[in-house]
Design a protein around this ligand. Structure first.
Ligand SMILES: [Mg+2]
Length: 261
């Protein structure tokens, strides 16, 4: 936790130049077999809110739609949804306009996916969709899903992505969590990004690159490890903690450092 410790020594001077960015699933919440039933780890939302009150920027950066995240966090917390396609701040939702053109194609693909794999396996994210095979007893399912996803992607011009126990189809809009974070760095001198999954890789890489270049004075790319962690993420992160259960203590270290007013 070398980088994080250094980050703590830098942030007391001017909290308005400090940012905390975090993924949601598997980072602020434990992974559940049913993605709809996922909720934050107890005490997390309160800590995120207190940080948002004191720091320059606090944002949850997720592949989920903003509408899902809004239920958990106060209005002080910025929400970046669908890998940066949606951005919610100061009670306003901004949507990348090119995503809107893809709505009909996504809707059609969702209903085809439900026909093929059943309602429980399909998560409709409005501007994208996710097919989950977590908890399935059919050993052939991941392969079948992958083939179906690649075929659909090819046919309609959507992009296929592999995620934790799932496959995703996205419009060919090249937004990533790194773009979402980059848009929130104005006036920021110290920043951490916390995440657990391959979808967080671009954001991890961004933070590491900005630290190398000296564009950030201090910061950390913090991996939340689990049994399912892709080992290659160890190479693009600077620090690591074990599971979302360790996140409240991490946030407490920041809160203790900046003091509560
Ligand atoms: Mg995650």
């Amino acid at each position: 936790m070398h980088n994080f410790e250094r980050f703590l020594t830098e942030i007391g001077w001017d909290p308005s130049t400090v940012a905390v960015f975090s993924d949601f699933d598997g980072t602020l919440s434990a992974i559940q077999p049913d993605p709809a039933s996922v909720v934050p780890i107890p005490g997390i939302a309160e800590r995120i809110d207190r940080l948002a009150e004191r720091l320059g920027r606090v944002a949850v950066v997720s592949g989920r739609p903003v509408s899902f995240l809004q239920g958990f966090f106060s209005e002080r917390v910025e929400l970046s949804g669908l890998y940066g396609i949606e951005h919610w701040a100061h009670k306003r939702l901004l949507v990348d306009h090119t995503a809107i053109d893809w709505l009909p194609a996504i809707r059609t693909t969702v209903s085809r996916a439900v026909d093929e794999f059943g309602e429980a396996a399909v998560e409709n994210k409005k501007y994208s969709l996710t097919l989950h095979h977590r908890g399935s007893t059919d050993p052939e399912l991941p392969k079948r899903m992958e083939e179906w996803v690649l075929e659909r992607a090819d046919l309609i011009g959507l992009e296929a992505r592999v995620a934790r126990m799932s496959f995703e189809l996205h419009p060919p809009i090249h937004r990533s969590k790194a773009d979402a974070v980059a848009d929130m760095l104005q006036g920021i001198e110290s920043a951490i990004y916390i995440g657990d999954d391959v979808g967080d890789r671009p954001a991890f890489q961004l933070i590491s690159a900005l630290l190398d270049e000296g564009a950030l004075t201090s910061g950390a790319a913090i991996l939340v490890r689990s049994d399912e962690t892709d080992p290659s993420l160890e190479r693009v992160t600077t620090d690591a903690i074990d599971g979302p259960e360790a996140v409240p203590a991490l946030l407490d270290r920041i809160l203790e450092t900046i003091g509560s007013e």
